[in-house]
Ligand binder design. Structure first.
Ligand code: ADP
Ligand code: ZN
Length: 730
């Protein structure tokens, strides 16, 4: 057989097709699909991914310069999936791969360095050390029968010194070990119980097993209320698919949720030789690379990860699970704007796998797919163990006297919860101290010089800062415009809520969970563990606190404020609020004791809130879908958002007008809306205009995109981003 001489390569550059390169003599027979290579592109060097090999004429072709991997990063079967994905989102294939594959794949072979760790073991010396921290640490090590420093770091602040003292006193022995690349580090606690499935769970699992026995594409919506035991079904489904010699991929929305899931997973599969890899952006590059490599070698049975895990190179994929499938974090917000849930369905179809989308509040697009018969709906209408859903009360803020951010009702409920020794969770969907500073005299605010947005005030950081471009400055003492002396925080964020609570309940142990308190590695895990072990009485935070957690001692959930979500100028705002509040409410009363939910709002009459208070997803969906249908919005119509941006506002506007005119001439059945300034008119110094393409069928929309948008010429300095199925219209 003739050896291939030409490789088609997706170069990591804004190109809409693969390029052909000559395979040099020494790489013939060596180079394979999925290899990374170095090539020249114009006058620079670039990384590329091999997508095809052929024996063909080589005249005029530039050679592949270097092979960067020993083993390919993906198999030919995945190549087809990556190609479809990139094409669907109208993103250059090579750039898409750069997003999809583990970052930082520079340097050949990329052998990750060995990380060191310390393993502590109890010595058998009985008795207790003096300090409370030492006692706590010793108890933890004894509990686990021995554990590593990295594990303890995830649960305790600065454990090294007290551990050393325990070693010095002879309570612990220590040895230097290689850090496990198995990134289970934070070791949350999992109650060792094996549950007996209830009838609804059995039925759902039965349907899934049935599908798995046929080994073909089978999409499911697992619609189960919060606390209905969806995870138990995922785990059993995975066990089933593994027993059939195939692999499973499980996606979760947030990095923060993976340790809990991994712990539960390990517990469930205890004693069984299941090889698990975790893929998420919180891992070091070496760790991610190692996990990816292991998967590509076929050494992995289950991958757990966040949205990018949908690209994991699993060859015998039998089951894909997308937990909390409604979560917006499955959609990548910039660059390659893919939606991991939609790609999971595509992948399942291409590779003959079952796909389970699970949620208590399915995205309306998913729900409609199920209603259309495109997927099978499995319902878990009740919580496990006959636990009731929590009672929900709506509190009218307009009727509350005083300027406080905690209504008298919520204050009373908090006091009762604390008195009973139970935990509370408070949601306020804004971080920082206040959304802005404002002059009481002239009304001026501090605005970002780069973005069309006010700067958020953080007291902790003593700064006003931009949540988009991270611009920050020292907060002015007086109004920059009129010199007025009262330049003060307006509105409330999580920092201010924390302060207020400390004043109201000085004895309470309060923790805050938002993007500011969880950036450090392990920080999220410490907060979760703190809640699980009862180290905190009240956890406050942004939407992060509403997601997925299973804290059994939380009996009160308070929504301090979420009206900002309701007021977003977006056709999905009601859907978002419904999901956010239902999920938040779902954190209450998951244990023995019943839960209670208080929602503070100015929008008491909003239909979304009414359905939240009745736990009525179907009712909400019916009303919302009717409106969507009337306006031809998703799931009935389809959208593509085009954003043009550049430093020169007039030039951007002119380019947008020209593009709109061209689109209009060829639009066929597609509606062309705009151009209009984006909601965020300026971002990172660039002016932004948008054009929205809307159609009731996909093919004409796709056609217009291919004919007019892709490859269209824009003036120097103006760039365009294409967002297929946009989730937010910022
Ligand atoms: P969901 O993912 O639907 O919110 P989980 O799967 O996390 O729910 O289950 C919530 C809790 O209920 C977990 O602690 C789980 O172990 C427990 N659980 C699940 N199924 C049952 C069951 N059939 N009987 C008793 N407890 C159960
Ligand atoms: Zn900014």
């Amino acid at each position: 057989m003739e050896l291939p001489t030409v490789a088609s390569i997706a170069v990591a550059a804004p190109l809409d097709r693969t390029l052909s390169y000559l395979i040099p003599q020494e790489l013939r027979g060596v180079l394979r699909v999925g290899h990374r290579v170095k090539v020249s592109l114009g006058r620079r060097l670039a990384v590329g991914y091999v997508f095809g090999l052929a024996a063909a004429a080589t005249e005029g072709l530039k050679p592949v310069l270097e092979l960067l991997d020993i083993q390919p990063l993906f198999a030919p079967a995945h190549a087809a999936f990556y190609q479809r994905a990139a094409r669907y989102y109208a993103y250059p294939l090579g750039e898409a791969l750069r997003t999809a594959l583990p970052a930082g794949l520079s340097g050949s072979g990329c052998q990750p360095a060995i990380l060191r760790d310390r393993l502590y073991r109890p010595t058998g010396l009985t008795g207790e050390p003096a300090g409370p921290r030492q006692r706590e640490l010793l108890a933890a090590v004894r509990d686990l029968g021995g554990t590593t420093l990295s594990t303890l770091r995830a649960r305790f602040v600065a454990p090294h010194a007290p551990l050393q003292r325990l070693v010095d006193q002879g309570f612990l022995a220590v040895e230097e070990v290689e850090r496990s690349r198995d990134p289970q580090a934070p070791a949350p606690m999992v109650a060792p119980v094996t549950v007996q499935l209830n009838l609804a769970q059995e039925r759902a699992l039965g349907a899934l097993r049935q599908a798995l026995s046929h080994s073909g594409f089978a999409p499911f919506l697992l619609h189960g209320v919060t606390g209905s035991g969806k995870t138990e079904i995922y785990l059993r489904g995975i066990a089933d698919v593994l027993a059939r010699g195939r692999q499973a991929l499980m996606m979760v929305p947030e990095i923060g949720l993976t340790p809990q899931l991994v712990a539960r997973f390990r517990h469930w599969f205890q004693g069984r030789p299941v090889r698990l890899a975790v893929l998420h952006s919180g891992l070091g590059e070496g760790e991610r690379y190692a996990a990816w490599r292991a998967a590509a070698r076929g050494d992995i049975d289950v991958v757990i990860g966040v949205r990018s895990a949908v690209f994991a190179p699993l060859d015998r994929l039998g089951l894909i699970i997308v937990d909390e499938e409604h979560d917006a974090s499955y959609k990548q917000g910039e660059g390659f704007r893919y939606h991991a849930r939609d790609l999971a369905l595509l992948r399942g179809q291409m590779e003959g796998a079952a796909v389970v989308l699970g949620s208590a509040t399915p995205a309306l697009t998913t729900y409609q797919r199920a209603r259309d018969g495109q997927m099978t709906c499995l319902e878990l209408p009740e919580r496990v163990a006959d636990r009731p859903l929590p009672g929900v009360e709506i509190i009218n803020l307009a009727a509350c006297a005083g300027p406080g951010i905690i209504s008298p009702q919520l204050k009373e409920a908090l006091a009762a919860t604390l008195a009973a020794g139970e935990q509370a969770l408070l949601l306020l969907n804004r971080r920082g101290y206040a959304p802005f500073l404002q002059c009481r005299e002239c009304g001026a605010t501090c605005r970002c010089p780069n973005c069309a947005i006010t700067l958020t005030y953080s007291r902790v950081e003593r700064a006003v800062r931009c949540h988009y471009c991270d611009y920050r400055q020292v907060p002015p003492d007086t109004c920059p415009r009129c010199g007025g002396a009262e330049f003060l925080p307006e509105g409330a964020g999580t920092e201010r809520l924390e302060e207020t609570l400390l004043e109201l309940f000085p004895q309470a142990r309060i923790a805050r969970m938002d993007r500011d308190t969880t950036t450090r590695k392990g920080a999220h895990g410490r907060l979760v563990t703190g809640m699980e072990t009862g180290a905190f009485d009240i956890l406050i935070g942004t939407q992060m606190v509403a997601k997925g957690h299973d804290f059994s001692a939380v009996t009160l959930v308070g929504v301090v404020g979420a009206d900002s979500v309701l007021n977003l100028p977006d056709f999905r705002s009601a859907e978002r609020v419904f999901a956010l509040l239902s999920q938040a409410a779902g954190r209450a009363g998951r244990g023995e004791r019943a839960g209670r939910v208080l929602i503070q709002t100015y929008a008491v009459d909003h239909y979304a809130l009414e359905f939240v208070s009745r736990h009525d997803y179907h009712g909400f969906a019916a009303v919302e879908l009717q409106q969507r249908r009337a306006l031809d919005y998703p799931p009935f119509g389809h959208l593509i958002n085009l954003v043009l941006s550049g430093n020169d506002a007039a030039q951007v506007a002119a380019a947008a007008e020209r593009l709109a005119a061209t689109l209009d001439r060829q639009r066929g059945e597609v509606e062309v809306l705009g151009p209009a300034p984006c909601l965020l008119q300026k971002l990172r110094g660039r002016s932004r205009m948008q054009l929205l393409l809307k159609a009731s069928q996909r093919p004409p929309l796709r056609g217009l995109l291919d004919r007019v948008v892709i490859g269209c010429r824009l003036p120097e300095g103006v760039t365009m981003t294409v967002d297929v199925d946009p989730l937010d219209m910022m």
